[in-house]
Write a protein that binds this ligand. Sequence first.
Ligand code: C5P
Length: 219
Amino acid sequence: MIPPMTILITAGPTCEAIDPVRFLTNKSSGKMGYAIAKSAADQGHRVILISGPTNLNVPDLVDYIPVESTQEMYDAVEHWIKKADIAIFAAAVADYQPANISEQKIKKDAETITLKLVKTPDILGSAKQKFGYQGVLIGFAAETENLEMNAREKLKRKGCDLIVANDVSRKDIGFNTNQNEILLISADYIERPPKASKQHLSHIILEHAVNLAAPRGMD
Ligand code: C5P
């Protein structure tokens, strides 16, 4: 029996407004993050699910914090992460946001228009470095090439304890599918579980998270 912990999970896409009716987003369904949230709640952990817009049902017994933009997700994580023993960042966060949000709907007068984009804040990279988070930190890496090398680099650069990497160039796994094939990389080990449902993989990810938390006296 695993003692209950507080687990913060980010999930889904973020939406960056262009004007009152338009936004930039991506293809993330939120399925992987929601599957982890469900597994964690089923095991009796307290779950704080900070999620961009999805079509999924929020799992029972989860504290659900809906957000839209990266900045909103950043603010929610900054607020809630202090309470977490484990933080799992499964959200597909936008890399760029419009430099300005038009207050009025943009008219289609001009033949061409230019949208200036600026970098969004790096939520995962801020967890340890800016928010002072000291619990177990798990990031995701969605890559189309050099999966292992990119994941290792991300592990170091963002101060993560574990990176869950997957190849998003493959049509049969990853974005918007129920199946996934992942690579788990920590400073000490690498593991390649066989391709499986996101629900099954969520148990494996959670098991790693809990094992990483245990030596820190969080059990
Ligand atoms: O650098 P990259 O965006 O590929 O890193 C992916 C990981 O970082 C994911 O865990 C994602 O949730 C997180 N991330 C974040 N804030 C960002 C960009 C990515 O938390 N602005």
